[in-house]
Design a protein around this ligand. Structure first.
Ligand SMILES: C[S@@+](CC[C@H](N)C(=O)[O-])C[C@H]1O[C@@H](n2cnc3c(N)ncnc32)[C@H](O)[C@@H]1O
Length: 216
């Protein structure tokens, strides 16, 4: 059975999708897993990168300091932080992304939104995302532009494209829950949770490609 590492995942969404396809899948996060699975490793995913993941790795590293929408904080730090701290956090975020991107694993997918120029400049061997997808391409009724940085994996093909509701309707508001979520202690955690339809597409499409390559 070929093995899959899902780094930076507490929800178990992608791990469970690969398990359902019959793969030896493991998630890893600094946090415990939501579902209490015994296939979750609590700790720093960088410590697992040399453990021989032969199918692939999917990583969802934090994007807060890397993504375009957060670039303004580098020059005007939020209350309680300094700009020096913001730049140090950017260095940390870029170093984590780089470690995943340059890991000794044949097939790699990293999920992250579009990055700003300071992040790109800090990533070793940076390459632009291979594609940007939406949850509603895979049957999940939500808007959230999701970039995939891919090494030796094909872009995902949509599996169940829904029709987005018209702007101004209640349905459009519901689909925009990621962007409309009010401030609160669980906001970041809930917004970061991955989408099941997209996870199923990854497991089926990338799992098949990788399995065929390993068997050849
Ligand atoms: C944007 S969230 C991704 C959540 C994911 N989409 C899910 O459905 O669970 C980023 C996660 O990375 C984790 N993280 C940050 N640094 C890490 C590290 N070095 N090793 C493992 N996990 C890490 C955080 O604890 C956080 O849960």
């Amino acid at each position: 059975m070929a093995s899959v590492l899902v780094a930076c995942e507490y929800s178990g969404t992608v791990r469970n999708a690969f398990l359902r396809e019959g793969h030896d899948a493991w998630s890893c996060d600094l946090l415990p897993s939501d579902d209490g699975s015994n296939r979750h490793i609590i700790g720093d995913a960088r410590d697992l990168l040399n453990d021989g993941w032969d199918l692939l790795m999917v990583a969802h590293p934090p994007c807060t300091r890397l993504c375009n929408s957060g670039v303004r904080w580098l020059h005007a730090a939020p209350r309680g932080k300094t700009t020096d701290q913001m730049w140090a956090e950017l260095d940390e975020g870029a170093a984590l992304f780089s470690d995943f991107w340059n890991a000794p694993i044949e097939r790699i997918a990293i999920e992250n939104p579009v990055m700003h120029k300071h992040a790109k400049a800090r990533i070793r061997n940076y390459r632009p995302p291979a594609q940007t997808v939406q949850p509603w391409w895979f049957g999940d009724p939500a808007f959230k532009a999701t970039g995939f940085y891919l090494k030796n994996l094909p872009p995902l093909a949509p599996t169940a494209k829904l029709t987005p509701p018209a702007k101004g309707t209640d349905a459009h508001k519901r689909w925009s829950w990621v962007h409309r979520m009010p401030p609160g202690p669980d906001r970041a955690r809930e917004r970061a949770r991955f989408f099941p339809g997209m996870a199923a597409a990854m497991a089926s499409q990338w799992g098949d490609v990788a399995k065929q390559e390993i068997a050849a």
